[in-house]
Design a protein around this ligand. Structure first.
Ligand SMILES: NC(=O)c1ccc[n+]([C@@H]2O[C@H](COP(=O)([O-])OP(=O)(O)OC[C@H]3O[C@@H](n4cnc5c(N)ncnc54)[C@H](OP(=O)(O)O)[C@@H]3O)[C@@H](O)[C@H]2O)c1
Length: 321
């Protein structure tokens, strides 16, 4: 089968299209013929080994030293079940599915554990839309739930036009929050259409000097740490960050350093429950996929290069079959 393989860490050019053996589904695995996948900021960071200095040694253990252990990237997928391994009763060949697994979806076929990171695709949802669910929407939902968003919450989304941000604006609004979006002026129209009641252009205004506070500040691009966000936080406010800075470790561990505020960090997991909730929301039209651009598997390097600009708006899709 055709796959995008990276044999070493580096720029988009390290990714090459090669023929590799088609996986055979093992016990409790489902083999998916991939229809659409994404190149996410997570894929690009793994490819480039773009890891904060403090986490580089554990990162090497996780991803492989001196070269990547798993040489096919790709977290998100939608597609059709091609075959199932022994013990699988929840899926059968021909089922339309979607999900997120750790790696391997930048290929014509991906083997996925049957019980985790894969759900049935709602019939009303396109393969393209379904492929987006496991990354941005799942991350946004996880952090907003952990930050206890609800009706009337004053929510500031920093990085509102990125993959996590475009869904944070929509989900925040859906859960009843009043959403203020931080993005550049070029993306103001987009985030307003997605549900932001107000937009702050970070290229024109220093958001740390806004002179107002929010119940929740959701930092999706890592432009500030907890201490820098303090002037934006209400006395019992929450700082939720998808990109934890080393400086956030101390206030996380030492409650007095939080000055009455909460910090929400860590990794968002694409559980089946969350993906089902979001897929249904998307199928109903309450959540819209936001597509920056589309590529084919043969041109996946260009998709990586687009992610590396750090200017994408929403998601980058790759059509596989
Ligand atoms: N913890 C977790 O579980 C988890 C899960 C998923 C992702 N992440 C991390 O979250 C981060 C964001 O991922 P992503 O895919 O959403 O990023 P992305 O799509 O690559 O972000 C690009 C967007 O960020 C905007 N942006 C850049 N700098 C900005 C700034 N200073 N202020 C406001 N907006 C800014 C850009 O808009 P302009 O062009 O207008 O500047 C662009 O639209 C990544 O570091 C990723 O690794 C963490």
């Amino acid at each position: 089968m055709k796959a995008a393989v990276y044999g070493t860490y580096g720029p988009p050019e390290v990714v090459t299209i090669r023929d590799i053996p088609k996986p055979t589904p093992k016990q409790n695995e489902v083999l998916v013929k991939v229809h659409t996948t994404l190149v996410t900021s997570g894929d690009a960071r793994m490819r480039a080994f773009d890891i904060p200095a403090l986490f580089r040694i554990p990162g090497r253990f996780m991803l492989g030293w001196p070269k990547p252990r798993e040489q096919v990237l790709g977290f998100c997928f939608s597609g059709v079940v091609d075959a199932v391994g022994p013990g699988v009763t929840s899926f059968k060949p021909g089922d339309e599915v979607m999900g997120g697994k750790v790696n391997g979806a930048h290929a014509e076929y991906a083997a996925v554990p049957a019980g985790k990171g894969i759900i049935a695709k709602p019939p009303g949802l396109s393969f393209e839309a379904a492929a987006t669910v496991a990354f941005g929407p799942t991350t946004a939902l996880t952090f907003l739930r952990n930050a206890k968003i609800g009706p009337g919450t004053r929510l500031l989304v920093i990085g509102a036009s990125g993959s996590v941000g475009v869904y944070a604006v929509q989900i925040g609004r859906h859960l009843g929050a009043d959403v203020t979006a931080v993005c550049s002026g070029a993306n103001a129209e987009l985030v307003t259409a997605l549900g932001a009641s107000r937009v702050i252009d970070y290229t024109k205004q220093d958001i740390r000097k806004l002179g107002e506070t929010f119940d929740v500040v959701f930092e999706t691009v890592g432009s500030m740490n907890f201490v820098e966000a303090l002037p934006l936080l209400a006395p019992t406010g929450t700082f939720a960050t998808a990109v934890m800075a080393p400086a956030d470790i101390w206030p996380m561990l030492w409650p007095p350093a939080r000055k009455g505020r909460r910090i929400v960090g860590g990794e968002a997991e694409a559980t089946n429950d969350k993906m089902t909730y979001l897929a249904d929301l998307m199928a109903s039209g309450a959540l819209q996929p936001v597509i920056d651009s589309r590529y084919k598997l043969d041109t996946i390097r260009d998709a990586h290069a687009r992610v590396d600009t750090k200017r994408k708006r929403g998601d980058i899709l790759v059509a596989v079959s």
